[in-house]
Design a protein around this ligand. Sequence first.
Ligand SMILES: Cc1cc2nc3c(=O)[nH]c(=O)nc-3n(C[C@H](O)[C@H](O)[C@H](O)COP(=O)(O)OP(=O)(O)OC[C@H]3O[C@@H](n4cnc5c(N)ncnc54)[C@H](O)[C@@H]3O)c2cc1C
Length: 651
Amino acid sequence: MVVKISIIKKHIMLKLDSKTPEGPLAEKWSKYKSTCKLVNPANKTKLDVIVVGTGVAGGPAAATLAELGYNVKCFCFQDTPRRAHSVAAQGGINAAKNYKHDGDSDYRLFYDMLKGGDFRSREADVYRCAEVSNNVIDQMTAAGLPFAREYGGGLTTRSFGGVQVSRTFYASGQTGQQCLLAGYTAMARQIFKGKITMYSRREMLELVLINGKARGIITRNLITGDIEKYSAHAVVLATGGYGTIYYLSTLAINSNASAQYLAFKKGAGWANPCFIQIHPSCIPQLNPYQGKLTLMSESLRNDGRVWVPKQKKDTRNPNDIPEEERDYYLERKYPSFGNLVPRDIGSRAAKEMCDAGYGVGKTGLAVYLDFSDAIKKFGQKVIADRYGNLFDLYEKMTGINSYEEPMRIYPAGHYTMGGLWVDYNMMTTIPGLFAIGECNFSVHGANRLGASSLLQGAADGYFVLPVTIGNYLADEIKTPRISTELPEFIEAEKNVREREEKFMSIQGKQTVTSFRKRLGSIMWDYCGIKRTEEGLKKALVLIEELKKEFLRDVKITGNLNEYNTEIIKTLRTEDAFEVAKLLCMDALNRRESCGAHFREEFQTPEGEAKRNDAEFKYVSVWEYQGEDKSPVLNKEDLKFDFVELKERNYK
Ligand SMILES: Cc1cc2nc3c(=O)[nH]c(=O)nc-3n(C[C@H](O)[C@H](O)[C@H](O)COP(=O)(O)OP(=O)(O)OC[C@H]3O[C@@H](n4cnc5c(N)ncnc54)[C@H](O)[C@@H]3O)c2cc1C
């Protein structure tokens, strides 16, 4: 079977104006803020904004917009905003406070992020993120977030991968939960005041456009099964990432790409879909029934040392392997950054070791993360204070006490740098549709550095979007409240019902989860840590075949007018097939290796990623063309006016 892969430009429809402000890098955001359009307080109360998502991006956005006076309708599929996937973030959040006097600055944070992303993101957007980082920490501390502190009371920091300063603020191994609670506290105040109407247990199933502008969404009430319509003057997607494309990943099982895909189908460009991060330190898969994998935070590599036995297929207990028979391969290969190399490099190195036969454990798909030296140096109490909950989690999952025996870790799908294309205003190619947090592609290029996602989400939600959305809404003050009885809403609702009924009528034999798992393994095998032209082409054929089988043979139990998780999973899976294809097509098109995107054909003699700036210094922005048609590739050329492009080197 031949799959049509049309990556040739048919016509360029998307207008990819980044709207980057003129002027010196460090002045762009201030200049923007002092010249953008504003909405006066009385007019704000006449404007409605939908925010889909309540994670570290959506929660703060909803709270801040309501605080400003807009009427916010906020949605999530969990039973409470406090359970958004951000709750899982462990290690920390970056900011350029320079409390350790180790030479940090806004510029250094900007440069580390840009370089970490292998120069595949926009300078201005990355700089703005670094610039507001200190505000994020101040905001959260003021909201009561219990960041770890020094003896004298000041906030303390630790190091994360890919940098040589200590700039990661943390709350034990529960930073995401605490960030989420800070955002939720602010939301709760506005829910109480009636400025946020919270719709939990709602799944967005359609985006509604009127005259080309985003004006509302259609949702399923997950408890009653009712299909509901909601309108607004603007829609903000803060729906997270699509790392679950591998089925097994560190993300919450329910994290999914459907909201992004629905927007894509309505005309939003999807940027760099193949830039997806595989995290090097996760607990290896323990059994075939698992629905997710568990992360062991990168912060552990501050004190943990990664190694494999020098002898292949060594089955000895790790404690019985003498020092001289251990290969601390990251320290050996990357002496400058050692165990704290960026994630893409750490993941590839682990895979290479395991593929070469040095992996440990029953499957040989694991390497050791060893704390014995740190415990000798600092004592067990200090290590327990730093990472106690992660050690407990590890013991609960594996039965192994890692104060006494090294952890076993292996790479797993973790984070998506790609996402909806947005301009400097955070607006997608659909007027009135904004995307923030992991849902957009904006600042991480081809690889995100640890602890910068909470930063980006919170920066977008608290400080960027609330300003930039005003620039758009200032022209909407004359638009009256939008009725959900308009034909566009009725049509969208009808489409949703027909789509659901199509699946209910299939009555096949296989569960939706079985398809999801099979899709996940195709993606892991052919579009995971390493990619090849041959593998990606094969994946496209396999995905197409599997999708056909799915449409023929999926079985959905239960009814539509009840709490039915199967129908939701089915719709998400149908979207996942298309997203998977998009990833493979993007990876196939990008005939270079950069950041987390490693094409085996393009590597240096030392086996490192070989970027090709001459041909690929652009953001690939895919554009939907209709069902059964290949999407079209548009390109946003990246300009680097303030930094020199260099080969990433962590040696
Ligand atoms: C295990 C783990 C540890 C991590 N640790 C760190 C860390 O230490 N530091 C760091 O910076 N980053 C970390 N990350 C990454 C970081 O947690 C995420 O990138 C970030 O939290 C994403 O936030 P978000 O607000 O964009 O989306 P999410 O938190 O994923 O929230 C998505 C929201 O959208 C809603 N939603 C989605 N689709 C729909 C729909 N169709 N209808 C209705 N609602 C919808 C969900 O209900 C949810 O409320 C970690 C990630 C993982 C998986």
